[in-house]
Design a protein around this ligand. Sequence first.
Ligand code: SER
Length: 320
Amino acid sequence: MERILVIGSSGQIGSELILTLRKMYGNENVIGTGRKTAPSQAVLESGPFEFFDAVNKNDLYDACRKYDINIIINMAAILSGNGEKNPMLAWDVNMNGLLNVLEIAREMKMKQVLVPSSIAVFGPGTPLDRAPQETVLKPTTMYGLTKVAGELLGDYYVKKYGLDVRGLRYPGIISHETLPGGGTTDYAVAVYFEAVKNKKYDCFVKEDTRLPMMYMPDCIKATIDLMQADFSKLKHHCDFNVGAMSFSVKEIADSIKKRIPEFEITYNPDFRQAIADSWPNDVDDTAARMEWGWKPSFDLEAMTDDMLNAITEKHKKGII
Ligand code: SER
């Protein structure tokens, strides 16, 4: 039986992933954790939740023993923008937290660990178009640097200890339930919220900035498909490229304007422009497609319809 610990389940992806996992494996079998941020009402009411910092190994150990955990999903991370404001915190959370997860999973002989990586592993030297699975990984951010090290560390535990560790390089994730915090791709979420609330958005990257992106339902699907993939068919483990769509800020704005004609966007690039410029436009995800059958469902137009409908509903109800 699966007993799953989702570290970081108050965050953008964790808060939605945990609800899907609870439906699949039973509410009591999927335990949420958070460092500081309170979980959503839905997460709190549907199953167990513990507050602790995974950087504290004893606390993580206690939770794993208390709930008899055999799968850990480590969604806790300090993202690219916040990581540049506080590089030491990014190192501590992203590296020491991960090392604790891997060591405890090894010691307790767990079934599986899932550790997401990111397009932030790329940097100067990576081809900008269709960044290959195997390519130069020389990121310029602390976040990217910890993600490269995390991929290598996960692969090391697979090879050295036979621990089943898996991971995928998430692109920018767009969603309407929980806001992302401190990432470079956050503009692609904020633009939708601001379009509904204020009919205008001041974007922190230039209009021709183009990055790989994915809508949350595809992100959840990719994560669960990789968890459930047959281990013996995996040639890669912790570093799968996963693509879904790629668009410039102008293309998102145009897609919103088709539905909200009075929407206006302005551009005021800040330090995150250089981060965005160091990441590729899109990725080659052939390995994920071949090894575990990855296939996305949402394109920009389908996502814009869904995002605007959901956010408009929340706005009408006064939730946002
Ligand atoms: N969304 C992340 C960031 O912008 C990339 O994985 O930092």
